[in-house]
Ligand binder design. Structure first.
Ligand SMILES: [Zn+2]
Length: 257
């Protein structure tokens, strides 16, 4: 099915959370495709049945859609902190789709975060709800998008422009090997990958990464041997086909456009 971005999601509707949900899910059920397999459609789940909104009929991957008119590239609000951490530990987080629509109900941005990019360090605990709140003491969380390497934020729509499906799938295939990492060791690998992307060079040295030693120590205070750990993660990234070793502590980045 062709994605027509020139057509409003629901011309003439006034905004409300309920309408937004109906309209964006309706749009998604007609236009979303599975980035992880050749399926060009996703099956919608009945509203509010569970934390999953869509399911791929071909590969069975589950997707959650979060849509909003505002766009924050650093963090998005999620549900209960404890259940999110439990889901990460048991590797049962659904894949995430983050949609931003305009006041005219046009899809402006759409991001896809594969489930295997969620780590405990990408989740921020929020303050408990105040004693006067209906759910007093309840603790929610934010997903820190900035803690997720760009590899794990696949763009489906950018500034109203649709990214070709083939390119999205090509990018997904490049990062797919990372899904083999177990939830408890994934954090380090993805933190180092995020640093490689922050450094932003097509070729870099070990010392470019060592510059971030202090930041990593803050993030993983229990680990005393940060430098060996960095080298170990770079080896993993090489084994996953994301880096090439050039020798003498130099590396080359392998990426899709
Ligand atoms: Zn699929």
């Amino acid at each position: 099915m062709k994605l027509d971005l020139n057509v409003s999601l629901a011309a003439g509707y006034k905004s409300s959370p309920q309408i937004a949900r109906v309209v964006t899910e309706n749009w998604a059920s007609q236009n979303l495709f599975c980035p992880a397999c050749p399926s060009n459609s996703l099956r919608q789940f009945p509203t509010n049945t569970r934390a999953v909104d869509f399911l791929c009929p071909n590969c069975n991957r589950a997707f959650q859609l979060k849509s909003s008119r505002t766009w924050n590239q650093h963090k998005i609000i999620d549900s209960a902190y404890s259940s999110m951490i439990a889901a990460i530990r048991s590797d049962s987080v659904p894949n995430l789709m983050v949609m931003q629509y305009t006041p005219q109900w046009k899809v402006q941005n759409l991001l896809f975060v594969p489930s295997f990019f969620f780590t405990e360090t990408s989740i921020e605990k929020r303050n408990p709800l105040s004693p006067s709140a209906r759910r007093a003491g309840w603790v929610g969380c934010n997903i820190l998008l900035r803690e997720i390497p760009p590899d794990g934020k696949l763009i489906l729509v950018a500034d109203g422009i649709l990214i070709p499906r083939e390119l999205v799938r090509e990018r997904f295939n490049l990062i797919k090997p990372l899904s083999m990492l177990k939830a408890n060791v994934r954090g380090w690998t993805l933190s180092v990958l995020n640093i490689v992307r922050l450094v932003g060079k097509s070729e870099f040295s070990l010392f470019d990464i060592y510059e971030f030693e202090e930041k990593l120590t803050e993030k993983y205070p229990r680990n005393q041997n940060v430098r060996p750990k960095i080298r170990q993660q770079l080896q993993k990234l090489r084994d996953f086909g994301l880096l090439e070793f050039l020798g003498q502590g130099r590396y080359r980045v392998i990426s899709v456009k």
